[in-house]
Design a protein around this ligand. Structure first.
Ligand SMILES: Nc1ncnc2c1ncn2[C@@H]1O[C@H](COP(=O)(O)OP(=O)(O)OP(=O)(O)O)[C@@H](O)[C@H]1O
Ligand SMILES: [Mg+2]
Length: 243
């Protein structure tokens, strides 16, 4: 049984908007998959269903909701808390005992490269640092399934590429099941073991495209013909999905 299993998911909002039609998705620990699709096709909605925040109209969700981590596009840090206290926030809300929380926060701040900025307030952090803090806050819960909704969409290309590599290192160390929504085909292919393309609304998932490169991946693979060929397949699937 997969750690996250979505079967025949359909979702129609109360106003009649049909967001998702018959979507199946299985992701296990050690798998990192990306979800790409046109704006408004239902990607964020599918993540909300996967996390248990939203009930589908039809279909079944199998996941341990207490072990799901969710990283949003916006870092949503509390401005009056330092980086460290922001990172500790979800663990505090889940009543993780203070000694364990602090020790875990130190370790995770180091993992995301924010040790030096632990006592800074969010307004003094760069966009990339804020995303690192947001990622750290989610990792504090030691999730089995981690959902990412375009976390690096607002960053410049260099910061984004660096964070792609760092997130994959964290994924390899922690071995969660990852679902990553992005509009960037290159980002999807670089990070994932499979890319799922979603059609225009109501979103359906097409047959996934496998990415055969072993982890860890060198940033240089982005410049190989094999990488370009897979990006081409995803781009063609996306064109089909929107036609
Ligand atoms: N609460 C809601 N009530 C009604 N319609 C909604 C609601 N939330 C989202 N929608 C609609 O459902 C569809 C899917 O929205 P969703 O946010 O999942 O798209 P998305 O694929 O994440 O888009 P983007 O790439 O722009 O983030 C859209 O047409 C959106 O307008
Ligand atoms: Mg979205």
């Amino acid at each position: 049984m997969s750690d996250l299993s979505l079967r025949g998911i359909s979702l129609t909002f109360p106003d009649g908007t049909e967001a998702i039609a018959n979507a199946d998705l299985d992701v296990s620990r050690g798998e990192f998959v990306s979800l790409v699709g046109p704006s408004g096709c239902g990607k964020s909605t599918l993540l909300r269903v996967a996390s248990g925040l939203l009930d589908p109209t039809n279909g079944s969700v199998s996941v341990d909701a207490s072990s799901v981590g969710y990283v949003f596009q916006d870092p949503t840090l509390l401005p009056w808390r330092t980086t460290r206290r922001n990172v500790e926030l979800l663990a505090e809300l889940r009543n993780v005992v203070p000694a364990i929380r602090r020790e875990r926060a130190e370790r995770i701040l180091a993992t995301v490269g924010l040790t030096e900025f632990a006592d800074h307030f969010p307004r003094t952090l760069s966009g990339g640092m804020k995303m690192r803090a947001s990622l750290a806050r989610t990792l504090m819960l030691e999730p089995t399934v981690c959902l990412f909704d375009e976390p690096f969409g607002a960053l410049d290309e260099m910061s984004r590429e660096r964070l792609n590599g760092e997130l994959i290192e964290i994924f390899l160390a922690r071995n969660f099941a990852g679902v990553f929504v992005t509009h960037s085909i290159g980002e999807a292919v670089f990070m994932s073991s499979r890319v799922h393309v979603m059609t225009s609304r109501p979103g359906r998932l097409l047959e996934p495209i496998e990415v055969p490169f072993a982890y860890p991946r060198s940033p240089e693979i982005r410049f190989t013909p094999e990488f370009a060929a897979i990006c081409g397949r995803v781009a063609r699937a996306l064109r089909e999905a929107t036609s």
